[in-house]
Design a protein around this ligand. Structure first.
Ligand SMILES: *[C@@H]1O[C@H](CO)[C@@H](O)[C@H](O)[C@H]1NC(C)=O
Ligand SMILES: *[C@@H]1O[C@H](CO)[C@@H](O)[C@H](O)[C@H]1NC(C)=O
Ligand SMILES: *[C@@H]1O[C@H](CO)[C@@H](O)[C@H](O)[C@H]1NC(C)=O
Length: 451
């Protein structure tokens, strides 16, 4: 698409989009002009926060999002076959998406331990303060999870802190903070037994479950029947004295300890499979599907939406903007281009992205994604709202331009109504558009751009 058309569209949107008032303060990229701005909407490389032979967790801390609204980090968990992510709780809300493999996630939900089997495409929420563990029981398949991390409940805005329940010298169990006397009373075992247990674990937060890799404690843990395993974890976090309840870190566990009424049956939410939903939009050039809080309740509580887009080679998700949410996207497959425009009508970013890259687009910023000519382009995204997103398309058969009346459009561009009609009617497809077969010569012939 020609640059001039782009600029015109943006001017137009600004002119008419009275509802799109924004509070963008124009926080500049650190080193001024030039290429830097090209990168501003790309998320930085992920940092490893947990790494062992058995697996790794990486986190991408987003930077600019905070000027607008809720800040989201994105996490990647990779676990080798037959491994366990030790029981822990976080100071952030997580929405898990299973990208590959299968997981057994155990968590304490309203005072009850539950386990959920998750497979490719499943979405699942883990609330801040909920103790959970993740098992990859597959014999040969790796587990790959992508998650949104919403640190709005964290102690220190913007950080992300795991607290390990199980653990020893590495990771350090939060229990280790208590004196051995306290723990001995709490667990009703001898002090030496307690310190023995707390010293033992030193393989790190993600461990192998096979004998060949040691860690017999956690291998035994896996071999326990599910019910026993659940009891075991529950005991680790529940047995405590009155005095311990005063300790501030217990207060981080409202979901576990805040609920006295244990007679009431609490049903932990089920997972939701994004691939089982039929796409919200589909044509020959690709599809887009979105899950919001009305379709999957836990997203409503979390205030997060999740979507998936698959474009065929060369196709484009038409220029659009999100009136309600900022979005964070991760390229799952293929490659393509992302163009983002500032609300004042200047190009903010035009960058090539490939598998594993991440980009974010603030609310109200017009943008589009274009698959490279050689391969399809598939990306997953998290949005900062659980409401139906209703993106506004600027180009295509269903675009905003069609809803504005021709006369005003013509005035806005300072050209005749006929020309405008020709411009906006040239594209018959909507939302996902085929790659262009036109050349600049064709444009001249059609006089579309010859203002
Ligand atoms: C548009 O806004 C961006 C971000 O605030 C700024 O860097 C740029 O200079 C502006 N361009 C114009 C032409 O005002
Ligand atoms: C502690 O353990 C002893 C035996 O090992 C048992 O008799 C006692 O009832 C236990 N106390 C509690 C509070 O569980
Ligand atoms: C995405 O699109 C490509 C190309 O059209 C197709 O081969 C692939 O199966 C699609 N992936 C999914 C998950 O639908």
């Amino acid at each position: 698409m020609g640059k001039r058309l782009w600029l015109l569209l943006v001017v137009l949107v600004l002119g008419y989009g009275a509802t799109m008032a924004i509070g963008f303060k124009g926080e500049k990229p650190k080193s001024g002009e030039g290429d830097v701005k090209q990168e501003w909407f790309l998320l930085p490389n992920s940092e490893s926060v947990i790494k062992t032979d058995a697996g790794e967790m990486r986190v991408v801390r987003s930077h600019g999002g905070r000027i607008f609204e809720k800040l989201l980090h994105i996490g990647f968990i990779k676990m080798e076959p037959r491994t366990l992510f030790l029981p822990l709780y976080l100071d952030s809300n997580l929405i898990l998406f299973i990208h590959a493999g299968q997981a057994t996630v155990g968590l304490i939900y309203k005072d009850h331990m539950v386990e959920r089997e998750l497979k490719n495409g499943d979405v699942y929420q883990i609330r801040a303060g909920s103790t959970f563990y993740i098992l990859n029981t597959e014999e040969s398949q790796r587990l790959h999870i992508i998650c949104s991390i919403d640190p709005s409940e964290s102690l220190n805005m913007g950080t992300f802190q795991p607290f390990f329940i199980g653990g020893g010298t590495y990771p350090t169990s939060v229990l280790a903070g208590f004196g051995s006397e306290t723990l001995s009373t709490a667990f009703n075992v001898s002090a030496s037994k307690v310190s023995g247990i707390l010293r033992k674990q030193q393989e790190g937060p993600i461990v192998y479950l096979t004998h060949s890799h040691g860690s017999s404690i956690w291998t035994k843990f896996l071999l326990l029947e599910q019910q026993d395993r659940l009891k075991h974890v529950k005991r680790m976090v529940q047995e405590r004295t009155e005095e311990e309840k005063e300790w501030s870190w217990w207060k981080l566990l409202p979901n576990i300890f805040g609920i006295q009424d244990s007679n009431k049956k609490h049903k932990a939410p089920k997972s939701y499979n994004i691939y089982q939903k039929s796409p919200d939009f589909k044509n020959n050039y690709g599809w887009r599907t979105e899950v919001d809080g009305s379709e999957y309740k836990p997203l409503k509580n979390a205030g997060i939406g999740i979507f998936l887009v698959n474009l065929t080679a060369g196709s484009m998700l038409a220029p659009h903007l999100n009136p309600r949410a900022t979005e964070y996207s991760i390229v799952l497959r293929g490659s393509g281009r992302v163009q983002v425009v500032y609300p004042n009508g200047t190009l903010a970013m035009d960058t090539y992205v490939k598998e594993g890259d991440m980009f974010w687009v603030p609310r109200y910023f017009p943008f589009c994604q274009i698959a490279s000519k050689s391969e399809p382009f598939k990306f997953l995204g998290f949005t900062t709202s659980s409401h139906k997103n209703r993106p506004q398309f600027l180009v295509g058969a269903n675009s905003l331009l069609h809803t504005l009346n021709n006369l005003e459009l013509a005035d806005a561009f300072g050209v005749s109504k006929k020309r405008i009609r020709r411009l906006i009617n040239a594209q018959h497809e909507s939302i996902i558009l085929p790659s262009s077969s036109l050349t600049d010569d064709d444009d001249k012939k059609n006089k579309v751009f010859a203002f």
